[in-house]
Design a protein around this ligand. Structure first.
Ligand code: ADP
Length: 628
């Protein structure tokens, strides 16, 4: 028979696994049992609509047999089985499973531990076996096939005999070495313990023949050995148990195994709901975004079970986009089993469940924000963007539900603050919420407008994410206080007196300012003196709805309709340049003033992070000035 080679990726991963000094070899059993259970689910699901399957729920079984002398472990199921092609495709390549995708992305880290944490599935059998045989016959098929492999050097597939449908996997357990006692896996107690540890919640019975010592009937000191079939797992799915019956470790094991994560979740939400919608939900908030979270391949959704049977792997109707990071499952008695993607969308029951789940997640997040601040900030760093998008999307439909979950860093301590905290500190006398936009906190701190706002003692929110200002504009106000961009032209910090003084100064220098505006060829819609600058000589502010930051974001998007912010060039009224301008105008030094106008505008652009329109001309003006 010709020996076939594994696909390249599989070979690499297998080498890594077989030759690694990986310590957690025992997970092989969990992996094989999970696969068997999935195969049983598939056939069980089919049996609901296809009466020819002819098995009742409890007849779907996983069997484990140990032959200590021959050093064999057999794991058999009467599930859907695999055809010859499926044996080739499923066991000849591993590229389909999420683990490899993760592995390749993180190639450099060479973190061997990741392998086991992720559930590499079938291949883990080679960590404890010299040889693996898979005999499988699909339900309803005539022929059975045997897949055999001794590890990374390849595999064979041949036709064989098998009476019943399903899959039987035989592991030829490795000989013991100095450091590894593979023989323990041939012990009954060890297998029992491993099933309890990893596979207790598997719905289908996992049976094994066990030997137990028992007192003989009627005797007080004579023992007999009884051999009987024992169900090793307690079978109640973890989500059907009561919260107080499940330990944190069990939740974590369930989550990492089922949702391919290598870290425990930050939050577990386990709820039983009765009433209009009756369901159990077990939800997890991951510690970090899944590896494909920001790719277009990412699919949100919760697993959907009906009476303990998985009917859909990623039911996206159960989660709003802004909670797309949530993993978990919902099990409801109310749903019909042969529900399809199409009928789901109109299923009133499902909508009701989705609504209560959304509310549940929201409440839990709020609780976390109130009681576990540090954990929440960590969560927010990972998923806050999602919540802000949630406010902005759907024309702000969900803004009221989400506004108390978002945070921004603020000038007060450079720490995250909620809008509620800001408003509480601001007190009644302050009627606006100040914010400023920029790439980083450091850059925002350098904005000329910041000086005056800080000097007056106001707290300012740093908006550093590109969605931030859009989100703020959607909110418009919080608790009656409107949001005020400190770079908007209408920023008003002056007293009446100061206002009058600056108005007068602008009025008096009207012609000079008009001349500067004209020198700038339509780049600005106004030029005026301001009180709001302290050390800087100029700044750019924007009038109307579009700020400079928004202009940057919007124009970075693929779109032909470029937007333009209405820019005002504001000049520090108490800076010597103000006097200089007026004197140049009065002494009719127009050429010089024209150059100065360009210099002032260019400075404004540089400070705001906008590129200078004509760098060559700017350079000429500066050089001319230098040799004067
Ligand atoms: P994963 O379970 O992550 O998909 P595995 O390597 O464990 O990866 O298994 C590969 C595939 O082989 C499974 O997705 C399944 O289609 C098939 N398979 C494995 N074990 C069985 C089994 N006992 N019965 C039927 N199909 C199986």
């Amino acid at each position: 028979m010709i020996k076939k080679q594994f696909k390249a990726e599989s070979k690499k991963l297998m080498d890594l696994m077989i030759n690694s000094i990986y310590t957690n070899k025992e997970i092989f059993l969990r992996e094989l049992i999970s696969n068997a259970s999935d195969a049983l689910d598939k056939l069980y699901f089919r049996s609901l609509t296809d009466s020819t399957v002819g098995l009742t729920k409890d007849e779907f079984v996983i069997r484990i047999d140990i032959d200590k002398d021959a050093r064999l472990i057999k794991i058999a199921d009467n599930g859907c089985g695999m055809t010859e092609t499926e044996l080739e495709n499923n066991l000849g390549t591993i590229a389909k499973s999420g683990s490899l995708a993760f592995k390749t992305e993180n190639e450099k880290t060479e973190d061997v531990d990741i392998i086991g944490q992720f559930g590499v599935g079938f291949y883990s059998a080679f960590m404890v076996s010299d040889k693996v045989e898979v005999v499988s016959k699909p339900y309803g098929a005539e022929k059975a096939f045997r897949w055999t492999s001794e590890g990374a050097d390849g595999y064979t597939v041949e036709e064989c005999e098998k009476n019943s449908f399903g899959t039987e996997i035989t592991l030829y357990i490795k000989a013991d070495t100095e450091s590894e006692k593979y023989s323990t896996y041939l012990e009954q107690y060890k297998i029992e313990a491993l099933v309890k540890k990893y596979s207790d919640y598997i719905r289908h019975p996992i049976k094994m023949q066990v030997e137990t010592e028992r007192l003989k009937d009627g005797s007080e000191d004579e023992f007999e050995t009884i051999v009987e079939d024992k169900i090793l797992n307690s079978r109640v799915p973890i989500w059907k148990k009561n919260k107080n019956e499940v330990t944190e470790e069990e939740y974590t094991a369930f989550y990492t195994d089922k949702f391919y994560d290598y870290e425990a979740p930050v939050k577990v939400i386990h709820s039983k709901t009765e009433g209009n919608a009756t369901y159990n939900a077990l939800l997890f908030i991951p510690k970090h975004p899944p590896f494909d979270y920001f790719s277009k391949d990412f699919e949100k959704g919760l697993q959907l079970y009906s009476r303990g049977v998985l009917i859909m792997d990623k039911c996206k109707e159960l989660l709003p986009d802004y909670f797309s990071f949530v993993k978990g499952l919902v099990d409801s008695e109310d749903l019909s089993l042969n529900i399809s993607r199409e009928t789901l969308q109109n299923d009133g029951q499902l909508k009701l469940i989705a609504k209560t789940i959304e509310k549940k997640i929201r409440t839990e997040l709020k609780k976390m924000l109130n009681n576990e601040r540090e954990a929440y900030e960590e969560f927010f760093k990972n998923f806050g963007l999602q919540l802000k998008f949630g406010i902005y999307n759907s024309y702000g439909m969900n803004k009221d539900d989400l506004k108390d979950l978002i945070m921004f860093k603020s000038t007060l301590e450079k720490k995250y603050v909620t809008l509620e905290e800001y408003v509480e500190r601001a007190g009644e006398s302050q009627d606006v919420i100040y914010y400023a936009c920029g790439e980083t906190v450091e850059k925002i701190d350098m904005l000329p407008q910041m000086d005056a706002v800080k000097e007056k003692g106001y707290e300012v929110l740093y908006l550093t994410e590109y969605v931030d200002e859009f989100c703020i504009k959607m909110l418009a106000e919080y608790e009656g206080k409107r949001f005020q961009n400190i770079c908007d032209e209408n920023l008003d910090l002056d007293t009446e007196e100061e206002k009058n003084a600056i108005k007068e100064k602008n009025e008096k220098s009207k012609d000079a300012l008009q001349f500067i505006k004209e020198s700038l060829d339509g780049d600005v819609s106004g030029v005026r003196f301001t009180n709001k600058l302290k050390t800087y000589s100029v700044c750019l502010t924007s009038e109307g709805g579009i700020s400079l930051e928004m202009e940057k974001v919007l124009n970075a998007m693929p779109n032909d309709n470029k937007v333009k912010a209405e820019i005002v060039l504001e000049i520090n009224a108490s800076h010597p340049v103000a006097d200089k301008i007026i004197s140049l105008y009065e002494n009719d030094k127009k050429d010089e003033l024209k150059d100065y106008a360009k210099l002032l505008y260019a400075q404004g652009c540089l400070i705001s992070g906008v590129s200078v329109k004509d760098p060559a001309e700017l350079s000429r003006i500066i050089s001319d000035l230098m040799v004067k």
